[in-house]
Design a protein around this ligand. Structure first.
Ligand SMILES: CSC[C@H]1O[C@H](OP(=O)(O)O)[C@H](O)[C@@H]1O
Ligand SMILES: Nc1ncnc2[nH]cnc12
Length: 290
């Protein structure tokens, strides 16, 4: 059964149309998530919404406790996670209002905790394909259904921020073949893979960053105007997405739900019991099997 987690980015601090809603406080061994989790149902599907920056936008891209956020979603039983994010565009053909169903990332962040694992319990998950193909298919179908301009596939450059890029950086990332830029999908996507969650990201274009000669430099005021429209379309997207996730296969064909089978390298007798205890939700499946 699907239990869908939605991580809402800038401009998306709640989700409408849910029934039986309640805000639930979840504690994790990694500290506090960005906010309580809004739990409810959309039709027959259980859905959990987490505002990435907290209600009122209190957390910066660097201060977000990504480990706590992903642990909390896993802990309450989510099987799948969709990220909805604002982003800048590196391409004329991806103007504001376009949704990019991301399939690759370049991680340029440097001031964040990037793994649940570490000294005393080491794991290396595969990450060549960082998003779940099945979720990408479902998102593509949902976007077509609601008529939102969407591109399947795209590379999202994750910068540390909080300042936007310089022109030199913006041109460099374009030259690298990146399609969009944002500040939050890493380490979120890495942690979702470590937690064996199926994860996909929709990057919703708000601006052309600063490379584009025909557009003003990016600023928050301009972004907020576009965010408002994008947020409404994102809510429509979620409603169209949920029925497409009804038939969850027993095993994910992208391998997301078995990522730890081939990742843990520390011998059982060499593991740090304190770290092992903190991994109760994230690595619960493999720890229970041993
Ligand atoms: C408000 S513009 C910059 C801000 O918006 C994006 O956040 P999110 O991915 O959570 O939508 C971007 O990554 C920056 O954090
Ligand atoms: N141009 C941009 N750079 C980084 N993050 C963003 N979020 C929205 N637009 C952005």
């Amino acid at each position: 059964m699907t239990k869908l987690g939605i991580i809402g980015g800038s401009g998306l601090y709640e989700i409408s149309g849910l029934t039986e809603t309640r805000w639930e406080a979840v504690t994790t061994p990694w500290g506090a998530p960005s906010d309580d989790l809004m739990c409810g149902r959309l039709g027959d599907t259980e859905l959990v919404f987490l505002p990435r920056h907290g209600r009122g936008h209190r957390e910066s891209p660097t201060s977000i406790n990504y480990r706590a956020n992903i642990d909390a979603l896993k802990r309450v039983g989510c099987t799948d996670v969709i990220s909805l994010s604002a982003c800048g565009s590196f391409r004329d053909e991806l103007p504001p209002g376009t949704f990019v169903i991301v399939d690759q990332f370049i991680d340029r962040t440097f001031a964040r905790e990037k793994s649940f694992f570490g000294k005393g319990f080491v794991a290396h998950v595969a990450f060549g394909d960082p998003v779940c193909r099945r979720l990408g298919d479902a998102l593509e179908g949902a976007a077509t259904e609601i008529g939102v301009p969407a591109k399947r596939g795209g590379t999202y450059l994750v910068m540390e921020g909080p300042q936007f890029s310089t022109k030199a950086e913006s041109h460099l990332y374009r030259g690298w073949g990146c399609d969009v830029i944002g500040m939050t999908n890493m380490p979120e996507a890495k942690l979702a893979r470590e937690a064996e969650l199926c994860y996909a990201s929709v990057a919703m274009v708000t601006d052309f960053d600063c490379w584009h000669p025909g557009h003003d430099h990016v600023d928050v005021a301009a972004i907020i105007q576009v965010l408002h429209d994008n947020a409404q379309k994102a809510k429509d997207l979620v409603r169209a997405l949920v029925p497409r996730l009804d038939d969850r296969p027993a095993v994910c064909s992208s391998g997301c739900d078995r990522a730890l089978d081939t990742a843990i390298i520390t011998a059982p007798e060499a593991r740090d019991p304190n770290l092992a205890a903190k991994l109760d939700a994230v690595a619960g499946r493999v720890l229970a099997a041993k």
